[in-house]
Design a protein around this ligand. Sequence first.
Ligand code: G
Ligand code: G
Ligand code: MN
Ligand code: NA
Length: 256
Amino acid sequence: LELRAALARAVSERTFTLDYQPIVVMGSGAILGFEALVRWRHPTLGFVPPAEFVAIAEETGLIEAIGDWVLHEAVRAVAGWRQVRAGRATPYVSVNVSAHQLRAPAFVDKVSAALTAAGVDPSGVMLEITESSLLRDDDRAWAELAALRRIGVRVAIDDFGTGFSSLSYLQRMPVDVLKIDRSFTSTISGSPRQRALVEAIVGLAGTLGLEVIAEGVESRVERDLLGDLGCPYGQGYLFSRPLAAAAATALLSGPT
Ligand code: G
Ligand code: G
Ligand code: MN
Ligand code: NA
């Protein structure tokens, strides 16, 4: 309850920050974009893990205000990166969106407005929706996502493999990318069965014309196995931990 009140205060005082974790081409290390991860440091409780406060924010509806802030901040960051990278590859930002946000009216307009305000074209943003929330309220959410894809925003299924998407759902889902859940990545080196599962996911993605990104890549062994199985893109501690905004920009200023 105390945390709830503090969170409400944090929303009005905007005491959140975003960290950014690189998403890379695993073979070369080239940066494709960054996943934005919200952070909240409470004045006395210290750092509160997002898994905790995002859940409270969803229950209380505060996630809408937090999500709006995250979206604007993340899009502003892309504008900066694209300036740093002028004339070279154009990185995107991948933003986690909860089902609650998708259900709110005018979500599409909010995304467009954030893009317009920052002067970023829609290819600068990817939205991550968990597999379970996509399944929970399909109609509204799917319509919103389809509308976003029509303007050029990309959509990823987050934590893929942990939900229960049927093949017929997957075929119809308005998405571009599957992010393979880190529970698969972390067991891939020890288990032929897990390797076969990842291979099946990669094959499925190929059949459906979807891109795959492996999450939670922590070792070179995992990276190489993923490459062998046909998954070219990844993110994880092997490449980089989530970075503060300035560090992310500094990384992009480098040679690759
Ligand atoms: O950064 P960390 O691994 O602790 O994140 C934990 C969880 O919080 C992840 O599942 C992530 O998707 C979620 N999360 C992080 N940032 C955001 C955000 O801006 N919005 C929402 N809805 N979830 C987020
Ligand atoms: O659920 P989602 O995929 O959005 O969660 C992202 C979370 O995973 C972030 O909180 C991030 O800190 C965490 N993360 C990113 N890379 C790694 C990794 O290599 N290993 C582990 N254990 N966690 C990671
Ligand atoms: Mn995510
Ligand atoms: Na995930």
